[in-house]
Design a protein around this ligand. Sequence first.
Ligand code: DX5
Ligand code: ZN
Length: 233
Amino acid sequence: MSNPTSFDRSIKIAPSILAADFANFGQEIEAVEAQGADWIHVDVMDGHFVPNITFGPATCKAIRPHIKTVMDVHLMIAPVDPFIDAFADAGADYITAHLEAGPHIHRTLQAIRGAGAKAGLALNPGTPVEDMAYLLDMVDLVCIMTVNPGFGGQKFIHSQVEKIRTLRAMIGDRPIHIEIDGGVDPTTAPLVAAAGADVLVAGSAAFKGGSVQNPAPYGTNIAAIRKAAEGAA
Ligand code: DX5
Ligand code: ZN
């Protein structure tokens, strides 16, 4: 089980509750953790930065007691800054904001760490990784989006693999996680692991075929993604 305060580059599988039963988040989280999830990925969408709406800080606070591993909150919202304290108060371990969400991402990252959370920075598929060159010492995690954010179940965008490789070289020895979000499954996991990723978000590929009543497929799915990634890392 991962500890939010320790750092290593081992492969971590982070199921996204975007693909879980929205009426049953607590039990879904407990089931997926019991089946081997390392982190829990929580997708917050505002219908403005992305063309979909999920939930906000109150839901994050309500699910927090059900998470024993790491609460990884991905904010697909703009503006971000007015809501950072609320997500930190909700108990997020990592708060990830998008580089594209506003003109002052440097300030946003300062505010996330200032609120006591680990700072994550997400990049949309069209954003060059070089755009974060001056932010490297302000982040604990970089999330490379391998789909356009907003929906689960989309097709992996292969052009992003080279971007992961470039980012891995830029990071060097810094303790920064490389997280991949979108279209991760046992066929794409080896590509991103070989390029240097360590946190693999999986929505549909983690939850497919299972349920709270029948959680075993969650375990099979997570193990298949992990095995494929570890074989290539
Ligand atoms: C997409 C979200 C992802 C999503 C991934 O905007 O940020 O976390 O849940 O879903 P899959 O794994 O189905 O592509
Ligand atoms: Zn996400």
